[in-house]
Design a binder for this molecule. Structure first.
Ligand code: NI
Ligand code: MN
Length: 226
């Protein structure tokens, strides 16, 4: 499978059979290489309800018919907008036709802000472990450092982990280094940085300090193949 980074926390995964988008924040994402009006997707996975993660998901789902997979409250909200959605919750896994999705915990907050400023409750924030064939991708989501990342690393043979390093809203580079050590993935890609002034970081310095994983400071549009 081919996994492409699209700036902030947005990732796409192309398999032989499916096009999967995760946290497709395109409009308003200065780093994005995608066009929200033409990007294709069969499935959209969302880690939590914040607008910099839901991003263009609803419009893309409406145009493409893609199914949204999210924490239950966010999935219900999507269905109320007339979209197809599958609700899950932390600790639960489900075998979809495109792969197995498991929602993991994340220490963060979660809500969706409407254009008029109204906040919609969207349940708990999460990380997502996606297993396709014998490959496992872990989108850590937005989170602080927490010690159960070690448990997640011990219980999953993770091929690539997408780890936030931006600080301010999530863990910063120092905490993310320990997170990466605990997650123990073969490959690590830093995410959630440089989109806004308060989360400016040096991804090359971060990947140079990784100990037990190979680091890839991908630019938007760059891919790794598993
Ligand atoms: Ni967030
Ligand atoms: Mn975020």
């Amino acid at each position: 499978m081919k996994i492409t980074y699209h700036g902030h926390s947005a990732i796409s995964i192309e398999t032989d059979t499916h096009r999967i988008l995760m946290d497709p924040f395109i409009t308003g994402n200065s780093l994005s290489d995608l066009d929200p009006n033409t990007v294709e997707a069969d499935v959209i996975l969302l880690t939590h309800g914040h607008n910099d993660h839901v991003g263009d998901a609803f419009a893309i789902a409406e145009r493409t018919g893609a199914q949204i997979v999210a924490i239950n409250e966010l999935a219900v909200y999507a269905t109320q907008k007339g979209l197809q959605a599958h609700g899950m919750n932390i600790g639960g896994a489900f075998d979809f036709d495109f792969g197995r999705v498991k929602f993991t915990q994340a220490f963060h907050s979660s809500s969706y802000e409407e254009e008029d400023g109204t906040f919609i409750y969207t349940g708990m924030p999460a990380g997502i472990i996606l297993t396709i064939g014998d490959k496992t991708v872990y989108h850590v989501g937005d989170t602080a450092l927490f010690s159960d990342l070690k448990l997640i690393g011990e219980r999953n043979d993770i091929d690539v982990a997408f780890v936030p390093i931006g600080d301010n809203f999530t863990m910063g580079p120092e905490d993310a280094l320990l997170a990466a050590e605990w997650i123990n993935a073969k490959k690590v890609v830093p995410v959630h940085y440089n989109t806004f002034p308060v989360i400016e970081q040096d991804p090359d310095a971060f990947v140079a300090k990784l100990t037990n994983s190979e680091g890839f400071a991908l630019k938007a549009g760059e891919s790794i193949t598993l």
